[in-house]
Design a protein around this ligand. Structure first.
Ligand code: C2O
Ligand code: CU
Length: 489
């Protein structure tokens, strides 16, 4: 299997300049031919090929089968036994952290009656779900915020099966940190026969001396760094999560990083684990998950077969910081062996390679940076603009047309991390620092490292006003958000 993610960063950053520069004349030539010799509407041939390749990548319309799955969700302050049984005061959905796991099948309609019992306004955003814009949960852009005491009904039929999640889109650096997040699993119409389907929600908490959530948010320290990194790491709300399986089992393990700022790199190298889905969507083919950077907002699904009995619990470490690995959870293989289930990997999605994507002229380059100022003393900007809270209506930074192919670029002019997330659409990573990267999957969130530039490509399918923001929630809160408008035709 190709080791897609494990590459020496310094080497790539250094080597990156050359291949990209050598590509420049070509890019220029394409742009010139397109502009000068052909009618304006005529797209370069690469674009036509990219669009053809995109066909069938994912359904354009939802196909509701008539079944409505209704849930009630209430957000309110409560206390949970979280870290080692210690009573932690949190804000929670239905009194649980993580919140309730909503599980529906592809084709079913989700109806959530949401009630806000928090001391401040909020919304629910359905991260990664392609849905009608009005259900996206973005205050002032897609709905008025839900005031304390109010109720709002979210109803939509997801177009894709996969691992998604939901969280507030108001003061999210505070609300998510206090415990408001949950998982939405949309099962395939015919789910593959894994012996179990497990979920690890990874979060970290910044607790004070009394063991409670430190109630200072968006501090200068958080803003000058990669957001709020906690001092306690939990999986499914526990510091001692154990996954018990029997020898021979073949399971699906879904991971979500719901932390405000922390990036994790889970190490499953001691196991026979394959990456089958990223951000909810199946891969073109299963690959080695080694080195995948699970940034805030990202999800991965793994297909793991336990071939041997293990004498001792196997700790799974986060190795994002190689010098300070963190133990995430343990896996225990014990009991009577079962016959391994032999079935084809569900990772066989149609994912366009877009090999010529880098030759298509860049439609827009977003510059990511920071400056002094704003309500927190430091503002994070996209193209020198800070999105000042969600408190009023904003003009979109960019308008895209439905059904067109776009290459976009993120140029990180800062030294910090920015996991950039797009609402309502998936994209494919084309290059890092100009070096082509052929990830066999779509994403909704990509980690842009300090001083790095990242090229992505996408075909917007859904009309509406969609957020694009850094998923380090402190960066977002301090301005690193914007709106992309997708129009028809
Ligand atoms: Cu999980 Cu606007 O994001
Ligand atoms: Cu950021």
């Amino acid at each position: 299997m190709p080791t897609l993610f494990r590459y020496p960063r310094a080497l790539v950053a250094g080597a990156g300049r050359l291949p990209f520069t050598s590509l420049m004349p070509l890019v220029l030539a394409v742009a010139l031919t397109a502009g000068a010799c052909k009618p304006r509407e005529k797209a370069p041939p690469q674009v036509a090929r990219a669009l053809r390749e995109f066909e069938g990548a994912y359904p354009l319309e939802a196909r509701p089968n008539g079944t409505v799955r209704a849930f009630d969700i209430v957000a309110e302050p409560t206390e949970v036994a979280l870290v080692n049984g210690h009573r932690l005061r949190v804000w929670a959905y239905n009194g649980q952290v993580p919140g309730p796991q909503l599980r529906i099948r592809l084709g079913e309609t989700l109806r959530v009656r949401f009630t806000n019992r928090l001391p401040q306004e909020t919304t629910i955003h359905w991260h990664g779900v392609r849905l009608p814009n009005a259900m996206d949960g973005v205050p002032h852009a897609t709905q008025p915020p839900v005031q304390p005491g109010e109720t709002f009904v979210y109803e939509f039929t997801p177009k894709d099966a996969g691992t998604f999640w939901f969280h507030p889109h108001v003061r999210s650096s505070e609300q998510v940190e206090r415990g408001l997040y949950g998982v939405l699993i949309v099962e395939d119409a015919e789910p593959p026969p894994y012996s179990r389907d497990a979920m690890w929600v990874i979060d970290d908490w910044l607790l004070d001396e009394t063991g409670q959530v430190l109630p200072r948010f968006n501090t200068r320290h958080d803003l000058a760094h990669d957001g709020r990194w906690g001092n306690v790491l939990t999986v499914n709300g526990r510091t001692d999560e154990v996954l018990r399986v029997r020898p021979g089992e073949r399971i699906r393990l879904r991971l979500l990083n719901s932390a405000n700022g922390r990036v994790v790199m889970p190490d499953f190298s001691a196991l026979e684990a394959k990456l089958i889905a990223v951000d909810g969507m199946y891969l073109r083919e299963p690959i080695d998950p080694a080195g995948f950077e699970l940034a805030p907002g990202n999800r991965i699904d793994l297909d793991i077969t336990f071939n041997q009995n293990m004498a001792a619990p196997l700790p799974i470490f986060d190795r994002f910081s190689s010098r300070r690995p963190n133990r995430l959870a343990d896996i225990v293989v014990e009991g009577e062996p079962v016959i391994p289930a032999g079935f084809a990997s569900p990772a066989r999605a149609h994912v366009p390679a877009w090999k010529e994507g880098l030759q298509v002229p860049e439609h827009h380059g977003f510059r990511l940076n920071a400056r002094r100022g704003g309500p927190f003393g430091i503002e994070w900007t996209i193209d020198d603009k800070a999105f000042a809270g969600h408190s009023h209506h904003h003009e979109p930074l960019l308008t895209l047309k439905q059904g067109r192919f776009y290459r976009l670029r993120f140029v990180n002019e800062s030294a910090r991390l920015h996991p950039i997330h797009l609402h309502g659409m998936f994209f494919r990573l084309l290059a890092r620092d100009g070096v082509p990267v052929d990830e066999p999957f779509f994403r909704d969130t990509v980690l842009v490292h300090g001083r790095e530039s990242v090229d992505i490509a996408l075909v917007p399918t859904d009309v509406g006003s969609w957020m694009m923001h850094c998923h380090i929630l402190e960066h977002a809160e301090a301005g690193m958000m914007t709106l992309l408008e997708v129009t028809s035709g």
